[in-house]
Design a binder for this molecule. Structure first.
Ligand code: NAD
Ligand code: MG
Ligand code: MG
Ligand code: MG
Ligand code: MG
Ligand code: MG
Length: 340
């Protein structure tokens, strides 16, 4: 059984006694900075001067400083810039301003696990990695709930890293839902696998293949959209509430029987073998190298794949249908459809 931590296991006064710098103000950055502030923590946001995020953070009443100055001022630095920029940002603007006794925090272990960042001796290296999108992390906190998080300590230089990690996790609401003790290695490898094989890559490809199969057989794209994409949320909500078993209880016997006989035909042994290959590429660092080399070259592969995904016919069909469903909002002011 995994070791879990809840609100009663953490002392909020520890983080309230630190000076925190949140570097980046995107999906996770805004959620951490605002919830830390609301938990009575002394927080500043580190951003590049001229970044579009500066105005957003200042509009919320947060103090914004250039990254180097924020790190200098703070004794706990949470790096919430995109994973691919962290290596350079760290070298140029963070490392020169770290002092012994400082703590370096991450929300994903990518740069530590694959060796792109090597913190100096004397610095605690910690992780609070929410298991959900940043905008939900903030919304749940505001609603008195929380998104669970993975908590980990890579280097306990001060001997006080664990109480500090738990205190931080409590301040962003994570311990209301539960903190799961893990390691940088386990978090990094399972997070990458989950998003690639199941949550993002697997589900997106499953939806697109289902939509293509129906439309290529001559069925209307609107019907295919509802069947393969829209209804997925309703199905996943049931799984979230009560596991796959509750989903099967709620659907018709016809659907349940079809689930048993056809699910394993689609996701067969070969698919599972491919999943194992994906996991191997994560563990060996092959995926990390491919991602970072592409980014360093200006991200040609990433940009091409993103454009191809946006051009898939299911996106145009969905755009039209969602206009007619007034209650479906993106609920994310940063996201404008078609402009990602
Ligand atoms: P994001 O892309 O939403 O936001 C990045 C922020 O960093 C922006 O405010 C941007 O202005 C800033 N930034 C970009 N380049 C910068 C630079 N050179 N210097 C300073 N600031 C810069 O990022 P995100 O998705 O919130 O990811 C942040 C971290 O959180 C990553 O390690 C990611 O793996 C992890 N994480 C993200 C999520 C999520 O919900 N998106 C979930 C769990 C963990
Ligand atoms: Mg400092
Ligand atoms: Mg994840
Ligand atoms: Mg991830
Ligand atoms: Mg149906
Ligand atoms: Mg049933």
């Amino acid at each position: 059984m995994a070791e879990m931590f809840y609100d009663n296991d953490a002392d909020l006064s520890i983080i309230q006694g630190r000076s925190v710098a949140v570097i980046g103000y995107g999906s996770q950055g805004h959620a951490h900075a605002l919830s830390l502030r609301d938990s009575g923590v002394d927080v500043r946001v580190g951003l590049r001067p001229g970044s579009k995020s500066v105005a957003k953070a200042e509009a919320e009443g947060l103090r914004v400083l250039p990254v180097a100055e924020a790190v200098e001022e703070a004794d706990l630095i949470m790096i919430l810039a995109p994973d691919q920029v962290q290596r350079t940002l760290y070298k140029e603007e963070i490392e020169p301003h770290l002092a012994p006794g400082d703590a370096l925090f991450f929300a994903h272990g990518f740069n530590i696990r694959f060796g792109y960042i090597t913190p100096p001796e004397g610095v605690d290296v910690c992780m609070v990695a929410p298991k959900g999108p940043g905008h939900l992390v903030r919304r749940e906190y505001e609603n008195g709930r929380g998104v669970p998080a993975i908590v980990a300590v890579e280097v306990d230089a001060t001997g006080n890293a664990w109480p500090l990690v738990l205190s931080y996790a409590k301040a962003i609401g994570a311990l209301r839902a539960g903190g799961i003790k893990s390691t940088f290695t386990e978090e990094t490898e399972t997070d990458l696998f989950g998003e690639q094989a199941v949550l993002c890559g697997g589900v997106s490809a499953l939806i697109q293949s289902g939509f293509e199969t129906l439309t290529e057989a001559g069925y209307q794209p609107e019907v295919a959209y509802f069947e393969c994409l829209h209804e997925l949320k309703l199905i996943v909500d049931l799984m979230y509430e009560g596991g796959i078993a509750k989903q099967r209880w709620s659907i018709s016997d016809t659907a349940e029987f079809g689930d048993y006989v056809s699910g394993p035909r689609v996701i067969d042994a070969q698919v599972k073998a491919h999943m194992k290959d994906v996991l191997t590429d994560i563990q060996t660092g092959a995926f990390a190298t491919r991602f970072i080399e592409d980014q360093d070259a200006g991200a040609p592969e990433f940009k091409r794949l993103r454009a191809e995904g946006e051009a898939h016919p299911i996106e145009a069909t969905g755009r039209e249908l969602r206009k007619l469903m007034s209650w479906v909002e993106t609920r994310d002011a940063d996201y404008t459809e078609g402009s990602v």
